[in-house]
Design a protein around this ligand. Sequence first.
Ligand SMILES: NC(=O)c1ccc[n+]([C@@H]2O[C@H](COP(=O)([O-])OP(=O)(O)OC[C@H]3O[C@@H](n4cnc5c(N)ncnc54)[C@H](O)[C@@H]3O)[C@@H](O)[C@H]2O)c1
Length: 252
Amino acid sequence: MRLNNKVALITGGSQGIGRAIAVRFASEGAMVAISGRGIEALNETAAFITAQGGQVLVIEGDVQYKEQVEQMVDRVISQWGRIDILVNNAGVNHPAAFLEITVEDWDWHMNINLKGTFLVSQRVSLEMVKQKQGGSIIQMSSVNGLAAEADQAHYNATKGGINLLAMSMALELAPYDIRVNALCPGFIETRLTKPLIDNPPAIANYLKTIPMKRVGQPEDIAAAALFMASDDSSYMTGHCMVVDGGQLIKLA
Ligand SMILES: NC(=O)c1ccc[n+]([C@@H]2O[C@H](COP(=O)([O-])OP(=O)(O)OC[C@H]3O[C@@H](n4cnc5c(N)ncnc54)[C@H](O)[C@@H]3O)[C@@H](O)[C@H]2O)c1
């Protein structure tokens, strides 16, 4: 098992990509704390992990708020005494044309995707520095953090910011043996992408942009996250890893 006895906190761990990461990490021996909004989905994922023989802790909390983030991290520390791995996965995306994005919409994306990532990262990093045992932090970015997609200016900006945050953190936390990397998925089948997947002509058209001609699965991303969390990537930090079926390499 590649994460034996490691303690991992996964934000947005109740569903989609975060759920797949939590399930995979637990199957590799990690104790996983999953946080997010909506207790039902969190409990359902926790029950699944427990049924597979994994150890899991459920924490309801909103990453936009410093006090809730502090409570979230404190819960993990009081349960297991430390945090070795953090996956900042919680995120939202409501597409809108640039000329129509409202200030409220802009702030909502920034507060959850970018400020939330900062708040959890800083609080967990302080713990990792105190622990003196290093750590691995994975920032869930997107191909939208590396190239622009129409009707996503606010989302694209948060993901581009996350990539630079990961590099900045990697630079300052390397002396503490804390590695920080960004994971950039392409189009993955989750609740976020369901409207397009449920529209056959639209998804057939979209698949033309993906050389591998298939939609990614949350498990594809969980496998990459496992590599980034484990000692297999022990010399990798400040890197943005793309997992997208080749979408970004295609010019037209
Ligand atoms: N699905 C894709 O194609 C895709 C592609 C690239 C990147 N991503 C990124 O992957 C991450 C997960 O996306 P997904 O597709 O699994 O989405 P999802 O909607 O299925 O899951 C999002 C998770 O984030 C949590 N969350 C949302 N707002 C929160 C908040 N304020 N505080 C705490 N938790 C909150 C939800 O409870 C849920 O657990 C996001 O950061 C997203 O931007 C997704």
